[in-house]
Design a protein around this ligand. Structure first.
Ligand SMILES: Cc1ncc(COP(=O)(O)O)c(C=O)c1O
Length: 350
């Protein structure tokens, strides 16, 4: 039976779970997310066209358009402020590389390096404990860069405090939403830049990433990977000068990785169709049940860590795939995670 995306908002959760083919025990969306079956089917269909040469590439263009619009809807921003790229770090590099020499970038010390290394290459990077980020912003801060949800701990950043302090001191606010977008409701327009790698919570192939670039941020950026696709009229930008880039965030586009976009568009549209509030409620309820059963206070995040002796072996023996670092289990819960997945992990750990 075919399920139309328009039906998803009202479909009971057990029917939504049937859109995926997840094997029991996948608790590692913080590493990579699983595509809904119809996204995989769509990608396979396009790969088959490629294999057989049954079409030119122009029909594949539509996936990039759809993905840009779906991402814009997801983060409540105008599509004209959304750019498409390949990785979070690549998108951040376009701002980092254009910063005036000596600019200080402030970031949490436990930040994932895709949101540290681009700054360290091009600016003066200062790191502080994550809980001290907002209060550490001062007149010397040119940019404050942080993950909305920390990769290592699942901690949700106090975005309102950070934004308020940054606005007070005139610093640009850059958020990495790679571990947040897709389960945490987000209004990207509160930030100057918001980047997201799509292969985790957006359940897309590795190689697609999106960013909200505010008009203010774009004034500080250089389209260092300028290309025909970023042209005001891509079809009229194949050959010869002059430089003629799009007037909006498209000027920063990479020419699209067709097959990544073919998987990404239907996956992001699926999240929008289910509704991000519903995804958020589902994911955090499962995470809270997991934490409570292990004697912890729920943190309100879809990514949680717990310290359990011998966790790696116990989870592996039960067939649970979760990240384990230095004895700490990092478990992550997404829309396709079921109660049975949580029970499998709890039985292994308790
Ligand atoms: C917070 C965060 N940002 C970005 C990434 C991936 O970055 P990139 O797309 O540059 O590989 C990860 C991967 O784990 C991450 O956790």
């Amino acid at each position: 039976m075919t399920t139309h995306l328009t039906d998803l908002a009202h479909l009971p959760m057990h029917r939504i779970h049937h859109l995926w083919d997840a094997e029991p025990g996948w608790l590692d969306t913080a590493s990579y997310g699983l595509p809904p079956r119809h996204a995989h089917t769509e990608l396979t269909r396009v790969l088959d066209q490629w294999r057989r040469g049954s079409t030119d590439w122009t029909p594949w263009e539509d996936y990039t358009h759809r993905a840009r619009h779906a991402f814009a809807t997801l983060v409540a921003a105008p599509p004209t402020d959304i750019t498409i790229g390949a990785t979070a770090s690549q998108l951040l590099s376009m701002l980092a590389a254009a910063l005036p020499p000596g600019t200080t970038v402030l970031a949490p010390e436990i930040e994932f390096t895709s949101n540290l290394f681009p700054w360290a290459v091009s600016a003066t990077l200062r790191t502080v404990p994550p809980d001290h980020l907002a209060e550490s912003i001062d007149a010397s801060t040119g940019v404050v860069a942080f993950s909305l949800v920390q990769s290592a701990t699942g901690q949700i950043a106090p975005a309102a405090d950070i934004i308020a302090a940054a606005r007070h001191h005139g610093a640009l606010v850059v958020a990495d939403a790679s571990q947040a977008c897709g389960w945490l409701p987000i209004d990207a327009t509160r930030f100057d830049v918001l980047v997201c790698a799509a292969y985790k919570w957006l359940m897309s192939p590795r190689g697609a990433a999106y960013a909200y670039l505010s008009p203010r941020a774009r004034e500080h950026m250089r389209p260092i990977a300028a290309n025909w696709y970023a042209g005001a009229d891509p079809g009229g930008s194949y050959y010869g000068p002059p430089l003629r880039l799009a007037p909006d965030a498209r000027a920063f586009d990479l020419s699209p990785a067709w097959f990544c976009q073919a998987g990404a568009a239907p996956a992001i549209e699926t999240l929008n169709a289910i509704g991000i509030d519903r995804v958020h409620a589902h994911n955090t309820a499962l995470a809270a049940r997991f934490q409570t059963a292990l004697g912890q206070q729920p943190t309100g995040s879809a990514i949680v860590t717990v310290e359990i002796p011998d966790a790696r072996r116990r989870l592996a023996a039960a067939g649970v795939r979760a990240a384990v670092r230095a004895g700490k289990v990092r478990a992550s819960f997404h829309i396709y995670t079921t109660d049975a997945d949580v029970d499998l992990a709890l039985n292994a750990l308790t």
